[in-house]
Write a protein that binds this ligand. Sequence first.
Ligand code: CDP
Ligand code: MG
Length: 699
Amino acid sequence: MAFWKPGTIAPGSAVDRDTENETDTAVVAHAEQQYRHLTLKQQRERLPVFKLRRELLYSVETYQTTIVIGQTGSGKTTQIPQYLEEAGWAGKGKQIACTQPRRIAATSVSQRVADEKNVKLGAEVGYLIRFDDQTSSKTRIKYMTDGMLFRETMIDPLLTNYDVIMIDEAHERSLYTDILLGVLKKIQRKRPDLHVIISSATLDAETFYKFFNHNQTKDQTKDTANIISLEGRMYPVDTLYVDEPVADYVETSIQTVFDIHMQEPRGDILIFLTGRDEIDRVVSEIYDRSKTLPKNSLHIDPLPLYAGLTLQDQLRVFEPTPRDTRKVIVSTNIAEASVTLEGIVYVIDCGFVKIRAYNPKTGMEALVVTPISKASALQRAGRAGRVRAGKSFRLYTENTYNTLKDTSIPEIQRTNLAPVILQLKALGIDNVLRFDFLTAPPAALMIRSLELLYSLKALDDVGRLTIPLGMQLAEFPVDPMLGKILLSSGDFHCSQEIVTIAAMVSVQNIFIQPSKKMDKMALLDIRRQFWVEEGDHLSLLNVYNGFVQNGKSSGKWCHDRLLNFKALARAIRIRQQLVKYLKRFDVPLVSAMDGTRLDQDLQRATASERIRKCLVSGYFSQAARAEPDGSGRFRTIRDGVLLNVHPDSVLFNRNPTCVIFHEVVETNKPYMRDLTTIDETWLAELAPHFYQYQTTEKK
Ligand code: CDP
Ligand code: MG
């Protein structure tokens, strides 16, 4: 245990590029880098999992469930599916599925495995994530998000396409991982030929073992589950705390990078921050400040890592670090366990994580920045010990560490369950309260979600899925509220616009964050050209239409408008997918601007009204009214929760009286994001159930 004071190291003592005094550890680091030049086959055989190859295959063969525990980087994700395939699994038209809680893991890992097998991605090895299917009839190893595998149970309830299913990163306890574990346990009773692997990077094997062991007797030879521990190759990691709380962890993280750079031998740095804004800021600051480093010192190469990055940008962090450079990877929680980064020797941990949390009292889900758990802190620190002995710099005090929770709360206990309940019901699991959960969600969470589904008319009075609406919402790969607006968009005569809006809100990072130097007014001028006074949804529609009218080109048009071409291109693809669903559900594709006899102004007015009413038909539960005190704050209509308008919103400082919003983000304050102005009377008109409740419920 040690302390340090960030920012106390004088520049000028940077590790010299050429005359570096190579300690033993640095030699090890260098040697590790050199493994990059081994053939892929040799690299594969160096991984800890390789030694247990036979034991693993035996276990999968013998037990219905095998639980594999091993440090990040031991080869679980990339190797186990390959071993299985080499041993003859995935024959006779079957496949091996390997689920990931995160899209970025599914895409990057499948690429790596395709490379190792020397095949084209999408052939023998493929991936499937929402709105993006890179598999074919040839595919035998399929990396997919856990949500997508759960979706497949709706078409194929016994998952007969697979003979082995590996639930990877189970320690993350993502919502769909937990649900899948329950569903797989059910399936196993009907399909003894289905083999399940649960893989986890932490030591919580017992929970999974107890859940999956169907053996009721004391005779262990009758066990149906087995645990295999991979010996982790881990070097010691020295943990350092700040001696007093830091005022701004973002700034402190930058200082710490330079402290390390000046004082410590070579080795890459990994910084954990909570989100994209912070990460972009840190990357650009490090880049700027590194220009003042002494000429002969190591270069600093700061790289971002978060889910919204394109595949190419993600892959940059996996490239070997050049000899004269120190890589600084600035990441969200994604690097905690989901992806393996080579060469990290120093970890800087801000102590926070951004999670989605649902508050059953308010019925709202928000992205909230919260303290991490002790388990997370340990896991983060561990990223520094893969190559050689490392150091973990915690930007919080030891006292703070002692107050952290032991483990993180599984997502199923803190998230909106409406989408999952719909899908479980579509699977025929009507009594969701009695579903075999690994950890049951709190009743209040369940009830609130059931109530929302009821007011969306997805459930009837006795809680059964309605036909066709409830069924269609279950099938639609979007949140039920968004699904509802899409399905009712034909009735509102604006499906063309709604499907665009739905695609746009499904994509992150449409707008590029300008550099710090950019003039505020100049930025506003650029953004304003798309703004309409009705709010963000219609402004997003404008952005999309502008992009399409200008030939969907990546070049100058997007650049000049600070728009993210890749995000817009993704919106186009998502829109195409959504249109397919609408056709399947017989929703007519009509534009609100059709019906030419009206004069232009009137037509526009009614078009906007129709679109906004349609939005209300799904988002009625997320409605808020301006506070009378002129503070610019809002109160949700049903529950009276205070909210603010996000500064990025078109409606920031515009003082609308009543709005609906797409989501809440909570940083220092709770902010509504993606808002549209509405007429409050529409709520009673379009969601009488929901707002009647209010009068009866609030005594
Ligand atoms: O799943 P686990 O964390 O146990 O390890 P893995 O993801 O299978 O990674 C095993 C090794 O493959 C890593 O140590 C990396 O050397 C390599 N790898 C890579 O080079 N590029 C990737 N995209 C993924 C893995
Ligand atoms: Mg893995």
